[in-house]
Design a protein. Structure first.
Length: 174
């Protein structure tokens, strides 16, 4: 069964998840390395992965955005997830997020899909800005967010820690 293509780049496709993709989500977040900067930093169980997948379907049906499945354009191998989620706070924003399988790190996929999601966000008229934040130690994600043109803003406090925070606004588009 083929999934609806959300975004296509020279090397990547962002597609809708299938209902039976919980095992892929679990594989993505089944190591300490791939969960280090997510939530509480603990490995996800298959049950947690099933709940996350159900939440992503709910988010998509509610506001048309969510975390989507990221696959290789040439051979459709599973690479990870990427997209936007509603982020609360003083005013609701959409938050850019992505996660790649460990064996896919260092290949430029995060930057490539980050640029594509930035353009998709404004083409779909999803708002005038989106945000991204990282754990203080996650220097790779900080570099990716800066590389796609996001600018630093006041850090957010998450679980008692000051986390680097970035934003991209409509007036920053080139």
């Amino acid at each position: 069964m083929t999934s609806e293509v959300i975004i296509e780049t020279p090397r990547l496709k962002l597609v809708m998840w299938q209902r039976d993709d919980a095992e892929l989500v679990h594989t993505l977040h089944s190591t300490v390395e791939t969960t280090r900067y997510l939530g509480d930093g603990k490995v996800w169980s298959l049950g947690q992965s099933q709940v996350r997948l159900a939440n992503w379907f709910e988010e998509h049906s509610r506001d048309g955005t969510t975390k989507y499945k990221l696959i290789a354009r040439d051979d459709s191998r599973f690479l990870g997830r990427a997209g936007f989620s509603l982020f609360g706070g003083d005013r609701p924003d959409l938050e850019l997020g992505y996660s790649l399988r460990q064996e896919e790190w260092g290949k430029g996929y995060a930057t490539e899909i980050g640029y594509a999601l930035r353009e998709w966000f404004f083409a779909k008229n999803l708002g005038s800005r989106f945000i991204g934040f990282t754990h203080p130690e996650n220097v790779v994600s900080q570099r990716v967010l800066k590389k796609i043109g996001m600018r630093c803003r006041t850090p957010m406090i998450v679980d008692g820690r000051e986390c680097p925070t970035f934003e991209f606004t409509a007036d920053m588009r080139t």
